[in-house]
Design a protein around this ligand. Sequence first.
Ligand code: SAH
Length: 278
Amino acid sequence: MKSLSQGGKVILVGAGSGDPELITVKGMRFLQQADVILTDRLVSPEIINSFASPTAKVIFVGKQCRRGTSTPQATINELMVLYAQDEKLVVRLKGGDVSIFSNILDELETLVQHGIPYEIVPGVTAALGAAAYAGMPLTARGYSTAVRFLTAYKSDVVSENYWKELAQTEDTLVFYMSSETLANVVGQLTKNNIAPDKLLAVVEQATTPFQRVYTSSLYDYENKLSEQKFLSPTLVVIGRVVALQAQFQWLQASPEPVEYFRSEVAVNNENEQLALTA
Ligand code: SAH
């Protein structure tokens, strides 16, 4: 087969939500062929170990919302350009799906500006991974006919009017990046009289060996969950469908909560260290 690295190219690949087997066959194939892999924090380390070529350069460009070290977006953009211009096949591996709460727009604009060819390979976003592994359909006859992917990572990203609408809607609500602001999410929805039969599920480290699911009525949150410290990453699902989880959960909760994802930026050799600090 003709080498795909001829001419240099960037493939933006969704790695799936944790379980390494949730990557697509197409994503896996590109990983096997990649000369350079720029990978996110929320990508299973096993994906790289299992699928990347042993000769590939693997560069961790982890990003964290609030704590820890982050690789600036500009550096990630530079690395993509640098290696693609050096005729390499670059895989930019992102947790979940590439188009949900990721900085893909920045990366696409950079690639277009530099005339670098690229492809986009989708992945299983956290909402879909969590729904499957928690045993909780996001839409279900008699429960909900639509689902919304949201974030409330800061208190002001959702307006007062929109909170009112979110409290009234029959849609299932999935909040990304919102575990640290969960008290505010619950407070806004209960203040706006969300129906008591709409429940809350917090899915910690979904689709990993350390997945845990905590459920509660929103009105019991204060008593039941407000003291709980959740391990990152955590997804919040709100709606009537959460009640189905009790019946259809098929995965046993992990015995001990342990962090699955790498929490700091690591670099595998000195050259990349230089590239990252340049
Ligand atoms: N592109 C990713 C989302 C990136 S935003 C995707 O499509 O899934 C990061 C947020 O995603 C986290 O704060 C968390 O809310 C959610 N997330 C990602 N992986 C997760 C997992 N395995 N379990 C629970 N939540 C997860």
